[in-house]
Ligand binder design. Structure first.
Ligand code: DX5
Ligand code: ZN
Length: 232
């Protein structure tokens, strides 16, 4: 039996479509859905908060029509308050806003929840988790970046494991069983360590889409995380 009175949140695999073939986006989404994805990770970049530009509201609207899976919108943008409503209206089920550009985390979470979506705060590799932890009660998820945001296909930053452990321990201590998502460089060779450190939502872009057989790779990921019995 778990030491905590709260059940551990379920494991979820979230392929990041940043690494999909955008010319065949519909097919790619159907393929990962059929192959067992739990949600679709949707990376929004504004060329300001991060040094890259990706996709936005009209694409999310189209993706919404292609799948019933929850859409996990990761807003790597400088002015999230201006756009959260549009993203929820376009069909996002979960919105992650970066703590580095969020001055009032409880107010932002309340706003996202009020619009009918789940609220998450993302933390960059160089940002201390304690910038977010005081507000954990207001959140449905905490997103830990394990690469510098902006590009797919980067190497996993190992210090993210300590951050995950700190976050999950603190959540357990406070009886909170919310999702903790890890994003960046998640592959077969580190997914078990990431689960053991406390993550339960696993974003993988190049790790899934860089592989010819989505069902096989996600099946292998799921097998590896299922072997780790419980979060810390
Ligand atoms: C990076 C994005 C990630 C990215 C992950 O800024 O937030 O979601 O797509 O891609 P991989 O798994 O290739 O690191
Ligand atoms: Zn992301």
């Amino acid at each position: 039996m778990s030491k905590s009175s709260q059940a551990d949140p379920a494991d979820k695999i979230a392929p990041s479509i940043l690494s999909a073939d955008f010319a065949r986006l519909g097919e790619e989404i159907h393929a990962v859905e059929k192959a067992g994805a739990d949600m679709i990770h949707f990376d929004v970049m504004d060329g300001h908060f991060v040094p890259n530009i990706s996709i936005g509201i009209p694409v999310l609207e189209s993706v919404r029509r292609m799948t019933k899976l929850p859409l996990d919108a990761h807003l790597m943008i400088s002015e999230p308050a201006r756009y959260v409503e549009a993203f929820v209206k376009a069909g996002a089920n979960l919105i992650s806003v970066h703590c580095e550009v969020c001055t009032d985390i409880p107010a932002m979470a309340k706003r996202i929840r009020g619009l009918g979506a789940r609220a998450s705060i993302a933390i960059n590799p160089e940002t201390d988790a304690d910038r977010v932890m005081p507000f954990a009660e207001h959140l449905d998820m905490i997103l830990v970046m394990s690469v510098h945001p902006g590009f797919g296909g980067q190497g996993f930053i190992p210090a993210a494991l300590d951050k995950l452990r700190h976050i999950r321990r603190e959540l357990k201590r406070r009886g909170l069983s919310i999702d903790v998502e890890i994003d960046g460089g998640v592959k077969l060779d580190n997914i078990a360590d990431v689960k053991a450190a406390g993550a339960n939502v696993f974003v993988s872009g190049s790790g899934v889409f860089g592989n010819p057989d989505y069902r096989k790779i996600m099946g292998e990921m799921r097998e590896l995380i299922a072997r780790i019995p419980a979060t810390i």
